[in-house]
Design a protein around this ligand. Structure first.
Ligand code: GLN
Length: 225
């Protein structure tokens, strides 16, 4: 894992949480998705091998800090709080939180509308932070999105707050749920690198610029969204 300062980087370990389709998820035991393709292109561009390490989302930043992985790509929002602990690459995707409810529930036009409701969030996701800031919400925390969606379908909770793309994915694959018209603030997804690895961060950023310029990035967007 450790890459000496002057030594050439040969293999990088990349942390992710493969429960976030279409960015990263498991298919026949393999991690696939937009982030996985993007990361493969970035490592090709940098000229290193990469190995994906799948783990719980809230274990990603600790793993990076303990140098168990060299970087993270996980649909991770570059928040001010996380910036205290790690460095983030340039933004590679813009997203926002949405609210999922039962199909026959009344529309919730904004996040304040969650007041008085039982709301499922995923532990440590930005949606957790957003909902926890609203007074009078009964927050239920889950370890994974599908568990929250199951409880929603069974009527155990009133809503689930999640990033837009994975939310769309759940709604596509599950009957009886919908996305409301509420739109959360813009969030920027970026890759995380440890603070003492400026070298890797620079390489990742310049690879990202190249992929945006040569059309590869757009090709991946078309493929996955
Ligand atoms: N974008 C959200 C966050 O950063 C969710 C990320 C994820 O679940 N992979 O917390």
């Amino acid at each position: 894992v450790a890459c000496g300062n002057e030594k050439k980087i040969e293999k990088i370990y990349v942390g992710t949480n493969a429960e976030f389709a279409p960015f990263e998820y498991l298919e026949d035991g393999k991690t696939v998705g937009f982030d996985m393709d993007l990361m493969a292109e970035i490592s090709k561009e940098i000229g290193v091998e990469m190995e994906i390490k799948d783990m719980a989302f809230d274990g990603l930043l600790p793993a990076l800090q303990a140098k168990k992985v060299d970087m993270i790509i996980a649909g991770m929002t570059a928040t001010e709080e996380r910036k205290k602990a790690v460095n983030f690459s340039e933004t590679y995707y813009k997203a926002n939180q949405v609210i999922i409810t039962a199909e026959d529930a009344e529309d919730i036009p904004d996040f304040e509308g969650l007041k008085g409701k039982k709301v499922g969030v995923i532990l440590g996701f930005t949606g957790d932070v957003v909902v926890s800031e609203i007074d009078g919400v009964e927050v239920k925390k889950y370890n994974a999105g599908y568990a929250a969606i199951m409880d929603l379908k069974e009527g155990k909770i009133d809503a689930v707050v999640l990033d837009g793309e994975p939310a769309k994915n759940f709604v596509k694959n599950n009957e009886g749920i919908k996305i409301t018209s509420a739109e959360g603030e813009k969030e920027e997804y970026a890759m995380a690198v440890s603070k003492d690895n400026k070298e890797l961060l620079e390489k990742v950023d310049s690879a990202l610029i190249t992929l945006k310029e040569n059309g590869t990035y757009d090709k991946l967007l078309k493929k996955w969204f």
